[in-house]
Write a protein that binds this ligand. Structure first.
Ligand code: BGC
Length: 245
């Protein structure tokens, strides 16, 4: 079954059609910059543009950078505050004329790793983090996900973790990958202490750059980049829609 998966991020909205049997992309990956301000209406219009551009009809899965429960947005750390309490599944379904299923971006990206990547067939505890504008998280055990964790919001170094070592902080503060990797290492050490996973999987754009900061990740817990790399968000979104439809 081929399903359109969409990954909504703070800076870009990315989508492609995914073969949900294999996790392979069946169309070109399209990226449209996230409109600023990223209000519900503006994002819904951009989503429609992306769906039209791909020329897709059918069920759609969507990862969204907030806590989303029962189709409703409950938090707004890196998105416009007007998103709080928006029924996002209804909004996107109306805008695109297709049935859209929406869940937290890190949870759906984790689902891609559970289906095709680093967590496939693994039964022990694993922590998945996605590093982008913010830091999203998902926990797994026995091949099941514990959803809606928000470890990027843990208090850390006088602020919250995602204000210390997200990828957007690396860009904003113009940190080299080595310097940023040292920060990330401190946070991973802390969160590994709190959650005690067998290993940690890193997703988001920085998963492709893993070699650049790997040497700084000296914590005792093994860290690997997501096997589906920065496509985890798109692939997982399609898998989420498949699980719901
Ligand atoms: C949000 C999370 C999201 C993460 C990554 C955080 O600021 O609170 O829900 O998963 O950013 O986008």
């Amino acid at each position: 079954m081929d399903i359109l998966g969409i990954d909504i991020g703070g800076s870009g909205i990315k989508g492609a059609i995914v073969d949900t049997q294999t996790g392979e992309l069946k169309s070109e990956r399209i990226r449209i910059p996230t409109p600023q301000p990223a209000t519900p209406e503006a994002v819904a219009n951009t989503l429609k543009k992306l769906v039209d551009q791909i020329g897709y009809k059918g069920v759609i899965g969507c990862g969204f950078p907030a806590r989303v429960i029962n189709g409703e947005v409950l938090t707004a750390a890196n998105i416009d505050k007007s998103w709080i309490n928006v029924k996002v599944e209804e909004l996107f379904s109306q805008a695109t004329g297709q049935k859209v299923f929406v869940a937290n971006d890190a949870d759906v990206a984790g689902l891609a790793e559970l289906s095709f990547g680093a967590v496939k067939d693994y039964k022990g505890p694993v922590l998945f983090l996605t590093l982008g504008t913010g830091i999203g998280s998902a926990l797994f055990i026995n091949g099941q996900m514990y959803p809606n964790t928000e470890f990027g919001h843990l208090k850390f170094k006088g602020d919250i973790a995602e204000h210390y070592c997200s990828d957007s902080v690396r860009e904003k503060e113009d940190l080299g990958y080595k310097e940023w990797g040292e920060r990330l290492n401190k946070f991973l050490e802390y969160i590994a202490f709190l959650t005690q996973p067998d290993f940690i999987v890193l997703g988001g754009g920085v998963s492709k750059k893993f070699k650049k900061y790997e040497s700084k990740l000296t914590l005792n817990t093994k860290v690997v980049p997501a096997a589906t790399l920065n496509l985890a968000g798109i692939i997982g979104a399609a898998m989420y829609a498949k699980s719901k439809s």
